[in-house]
Design a protein around this ligand. Structure first.
Ligand code: BGC
Length: 736
């Protein structure tokens, strides 16, 4: 087959190829081929493989660099035709014919924009999340992208950190399930399939533990917490066969992640036997200088390579200094060979040496209807109903609705932080509501132009719209630019004059339904108190408008649940469900005069506004009859915990059933609850199902302060629960 298509080849040809190759095995004899190639490579050619830069334009200089093997990889940029030509040069005109690898930030979809990952995780639907990643892989591979810098699997427990939007929230178990689902989606059955792309687990590691939620800040994480929490989703990605890792910007316990031999060599290579490669984050090798860890660029190169970063993104310390370091006897050339081996291995696995097509579609493909349908389903499942005093779904008798707020009609904001391509198909809530109800039943008032708008001129039209309607749908929250990289906030409130606008609208006395679009948990207590219902929509992507509209009108039933704790105020942060108890826990009911010397605040409750795992439905679910299959389980054995869940409401609906455990005493104090399983079940009104969780005692293991992983023989509580603070409780004992 022709390795290159530079003409107007339709994408359906690529789709046909995908079917043909879908069960393709890995190319044979990879290790021998790597050895043979390495033996022929000069040191410069090896350092070229270890270098990555952004593509830019395919200038004559760039072509010459490719001929000389200067770059092993490019990312973000270049048209498909430029990519194809650059690849042709690499394969045909460079000395050894080593292909280049094209990476891109395909984070929550490519042409089809899915909800931000934090929203996706609120679906608790890993199969749907896998399907979304599969679609992203198909779309990206069809324009010649080989590799995505996703999934972002950083555990985040501080909503000030803007990058909380990019991950699956605060829980290591759920984070691991989502990490594996996305990895499988991107990589498919085989990396060699033309519709598979290599995935990258980032940002390794503890990037989400940035002090004070300020992006790039240092993280101080004891080893047992690092292993039990922050490393867990990375390990799950590794177990799912992820091809690459990205080292993060932050320092971990004083050592920058991009020079961290403990995390990169000891954990990733020695313990997890990872055989792909590690790319640095953007200039994070050079940034070890301002970190105060490397003396200069030469020292940064030494520490990066020794640390275990195989490919340097953007900064060029490897290219500039590694040869000098080897010549001076300071750097073992075997470390360079090891790095190149991992990079070549992934290039081989992707089929890049074996005629993988570098497709050039006639035009940028559009999202397929099936892809948009999945985006709509995922957006629908990610919606979390936080409050409902009978206002939703909107009664059939509703005449006119007022739609208030710029976020009701801002496609770019609704698409979220990493919607780099795509977006042309985005349907806003305003457009979807108009389509569903008819233009004359929808009165739109922006209220404010943006969260930075300090003018109250738009308030009067918004109030008038509410007065003339039967219900006010208030769309508030954050623009896409307020979350994501370098977008930390010190306040979590709805920014600008939005709360004031909400108060003015509420004064009309019309039922207010608050829909929040945001990239993080926000605090909005006063606004929620004035509203009859609150629906949290995240940045729901291209099909967010129809998904929200369907939920408001009762064509679908919200089923999402929070994967991150919502604080009452930023002052409670960090606040997460799987915390330890204290010797002086306060009562759940909040501060009282008689419990002064308890772990709490004087000025606000210590409990969250909305706990992890929380989310309402239009229907009602009753949990009962929790039981364990035995009172005791032997170490290494299994036990089943079950409960009955009944739909006692009026709507056919999904319920996410959560399963938690708590160890009562042992080598170390353990979290008050830990998620160990979950199931999304579907129940008709009046229907009841038994939901069972089969638990291995191995999954109760934790790392102690000596770095030892073990399960204690101990007494445990377990809950089958609708969220992390309620549910049906059972007890069992693990015996030796
Ligand atoms: C981000 C990464 C991203 C990379 C390449 C960095 O600034 O931290 O998440 O993959 O840029 O765009």
């Amino acid at each position: 087959m022709n390795a290159f298509r530079t003409g107007a080849i339709a994408v359906c040809a690529a789709a046909a190829l995908a079917v043909f190759h879908s069960r393709a095995a890995e190319p044979a004899n990879i290790e021998q081929r790597i050895d043979a190639l390495l033996a022929r490579m000069s040191l410069e050619e090896k350092l070229g493989q270890m270098s990555q830069t952004s593509f830019g334009r395919l200038t004559d200089q760039r072509k010459e660099e490719i001929r000389k093997g200067r770059w092993g990889s490019f990312f973000n940029g270049g048209t498909p035709a430029e990519k194809a030509e650059a690849q042709r040069i690499a394969l045909k005109e460079s000395r050894l014919g080593i292909p280049v690898l094209y990476g891109q930030d395909v984070i929550h979809g490519y042409q089809t924009v899915f909800p931000i990952p934090l929203g996706q995780s609120a679906s608790w639907d890993p199969e749907l999340v896998r399907q979304a990643a599969r679609i992203a892989a198909r779309e990206a591979s069809a324009v010649g992208i080989h590799w995505t810098f996703s999934p972002m699997v950083d555990i985040a427990r501080d909503p000030r950190w803007g990058r909380i939007a990019e991950g699956a929230g605060e829980d290591p178990y759920l984070g691991g399930v989502m990490a594996a689902a996305m990895t499988r989606g991107y990589q498919g059955d085989s990396l060699a399939s033309p519709d598979s792309i290599a995935a990258c687990a980032k940002h390794y590691v503890a990037y989400g533990a940035a002090e004070a939620g300020r992006d790039y800040n240092s993280a101080w994480v004891p080893e047992n917490l690092l292993r039990d929490v922050y490393l867990k989703p990375f390990q799950a990605a590794r177990e799912a066969g992820i091809a690459t890792f990205m080292s993060s910007f932050n320092a971990i316990n004083g050592v920058p992640a991009s020079g961290n031999e403990f995390t990169l060599r000891q954990v990733l290579r020695n313990e997890w036997k990872f055989d792909g490669f590690v790319v640095s984050d953007y200039e994070s090798v050079r940034e070890m200088i301002p970190h105060g860890y490397a003396a200069d660029a030469r020292d940064a190169a030494l520490k990066g390579i020794r640390g275990g970063v195989d490919m340097e993104m953007v900064s060029t310390t490897y290219w500039d200094h590694a040869k000098g370091l080897v010549d001076a006897g300071q750097l073992d050339p075997k470390l360079i060979d090891d790095a190149v081996r991992g990079i070549l291995r992934i290039k081989f696995r992707l089929g890049l040496f074996d005629g993988r097509e570098q497709p050039v579609p006639a035009s940028e493909p559009r999202p397929a209807p099936e892809a948009l349908a999945i985006a709509g389903k995922l957006a629908a499942e990610s919606l979390v109903l936080l409050k409902n005093e009978g206002a939703l779904p909107l009664p059939k008798t509703t005449g006119k609705v007022a739609v208030i707020g710029f976020l009701a009609d801002s496609a770019a904001d609704q698409n979220g932080t990493w919607a780099m391509s795509g977006g042309g198909s985005t349907v806003t809530p305003l457009a979807a509501l108009r389509r569903a109800l008819g233009e004359d039943r929808v009165v739109y008032a922006q209220g404010l132009k943006s969260s930075a708008d300090m003018s109250r001129d738009g308030f009067a039209p918004a109030v008038a719209a509410a007065r003339n309607a039967d219900a006010a749908l208030l769309f508030l929250g954050e623009e896409a630019s307020l979350s994501g990289e370098a977008s930390s906030r010190a306040y979590l409130n709805l920014p600008g004059l939005q709360e004031e606008l909400a108060a003015e609208v509420a004064k009309t006395g019309k039922p207010v339904i608050l829909v929040i679009l945001a990239g993080r948990p926000t605090t909005f207590h006063a606004v929620a108190a004035q509203a009859k219902a609150v629906l949290y929509a995240w940045h729901p992507g291209a099909m967010g408008g129809p998904a929200i509209t369907d939920a408001l009108l009762g064509n679908s039933v919200p089923s999402g649940k929070l994967t991150v704790t919502f604080p009452r105020t930023v002052g409670q942060v960090p606040l997460y469900y799987d915390h330890l108890s204290t010797g002086r826990p306060a009562a759940e009911t909040g501060p009282t005069a008689s419990d002064k010397f308890r772990s709490k605040y004087l000025d606000v409750s210590f409990t969250p506004e909305y706990p992890f795992g929380y989310g309402l439905s239009y229907s009602k679910f009753e949990y009962s009859n929790a039981r364990a299959s035995a009172a005791q389980v032997k170490l290494g054995g299994r036990i089943t915990v079950s409960a009955d869940v009944a739909n006692t409401g009026q709507f056919e609906a999904d319920e996410i059933v959560e399963f938690y455990t708590h160890q009562l005493a042992g080598r170390a104090a353990r979290p008050v609850r830990e998620l160990k399983g979950f199931q999304r079940i579907h129940l008709r009104p009046g229907e009841r199902k038994t939901v069972s969780f089969n638990l291995s005692t191995d999954s109760l293991a934790f790392y102690d302060t000596q770095g030892k992983l073990a399960t204690d023989p101990a007494a445990f509580e377990a809950w089958v629960a609708p969220d992390s603070v309620s549910g049906e409780r059972v007890t069992f004992t693990v015996v030796p």
